[in-house]
Design a protein around this ligand. Structure first.
Ligand SMILES: [Cu+2]
Length: 321
């Protein structure tokens, strides 16, 4: 009885050791592989005639019989990527493929006569989408923009955001598709929200290799009405005598007047014409100014006022050429 317990605990210890070793020594990224193709085994053939590998992988041809070659291109039309020469039984030849594409090859003695051809297809590795939920932006009283980062990981990927009052979510944005194998920023606008309310959201993406969920994030909508919300954005169309001043405004539910202050110092001194805005969404505000002096740095900022307050955006500068 005691011996049996000792044996089973020793077995357990060995098992734990093996599991730890596997976890520690398993590579997290697939390393380069070598695929073998047999040349002239039972006739004028490459076996298998078609292989699919990833960039960095190597194909090793091994000669079963004498008098064949592995030559890149199509029969009698070599393209110069590789040529083993005509080799004998027991010979081997390798070529490493570092770029994505389709690479046909043939045997010089038997390509045209006997259809002794092969194909190497090199494709990028694929996997489930890689997603990150990023902070919401353009948060207004009843709307917001949900943001994320998406790497489709080599496959056509469908994604959406889910959102709601709890981490059970319950609402989703319309599905969108992306492809490629690099991270890209993605977003979706949502509306019909409740003012002064905290929402949860996350990104969800699926492709042929699986479904991935971004982490949960929250944002809180603005009060139904309040002081304007403003951001000064960079100037555009800057010439030696003119420029376009830009900003972002949410009138925050009340009639709002908006304009820009500008000048050579942060005392400004000049203002653009007042514009009137209403609503509770973010919109770009632009104003053209002229009569500037060449080679001069100007400061500017957006200023907006409604019945609940006046708000000024941060100072920005541009320099005329
Ligand atoms: Cu051959």
């Amino acid at each position: 009885m005691i011996d049996a317990m000792k044996t089973s605990s020793r077995c357990l210890a060995v098992l734990v050791g093996v599991i730890v070793a596997v976890l520690v020594f398993s590579p997290t990224v697939a390393s380069a592989a070598t695929v073998t193709v047999t040349v002239g085994n039972g006739g004028p053939v490459f076996t298998p005639s078609s292989v699919t590998i990833q960039p960095g992988d190597t194909v090793r041809w091994t000669w079963s019989t004498t008098g064949h070659s592995s030559t890149s291109g199509t029969p009698n039309v070599p393209n110069g990527l590789w040529d083993s020469g005509i080799l004998s039984q027991g010979a081997t030849f390798t070529h490493t493929f570092n770029t994505v594409g389709s690479f046909p090859y043939y045997c010089r003695p038997h390509g045209l006569c006997c259809g002794m051809t092969g194909m190497v297809t090199v494709t990028n590795p694929t996997g489930p989408p890689i997603v990150i939920t990023n902070p919401a932006t353009l948060i207004a009283s009843f709307s917001a923009t949900l943001n994320g980062s998406l790497n489709p990981n080599g496959l056509i990927t469908t994604f959406h955001f889910e959102y709601g009052l709890t981490t059970s979510y319950g609402l989703t944005t319309p599905p969108q598709n992306r492809s490629g194998n690099t991270p890209q920023n993605v977003n979706a606008n949502i509306s019909n929200l409740t003012a002064s309310t905290t929402y949860h959201f996350r990104i969800v993406a699926s492709n042929g290799d699986g479904t991935s969920f971004g982490g949960d994030r929250t944002f809180t909508t603005l009060t139904a009405t309040g002081p304007p919300v403003v951001t000064t954005n960079p100037a555009t169309n800057v010439t030696s005598s003119s420029a376009t001043l830009n900003g972002l405004l949410d009138p925050h539910g009340l009639i709002t007047t908006v304009y820009f202050q500008y000048g050579r110092t942060t005392s400004y001194g000049s203002t653009t014409l007042m514009q009137r805005q209403i609503g509770n969404t973010y919109r770009n505000i632009a104003s053209n100014i002229s009569g500037l002096t060449t080679g001069t740095t100007y400061h500017f900022r957006i200023v907006a006022t409604n019945s609940l307050g006046m708000k000024m955006g941060g100072d920005r500068t541009f320099t005329t050429p």
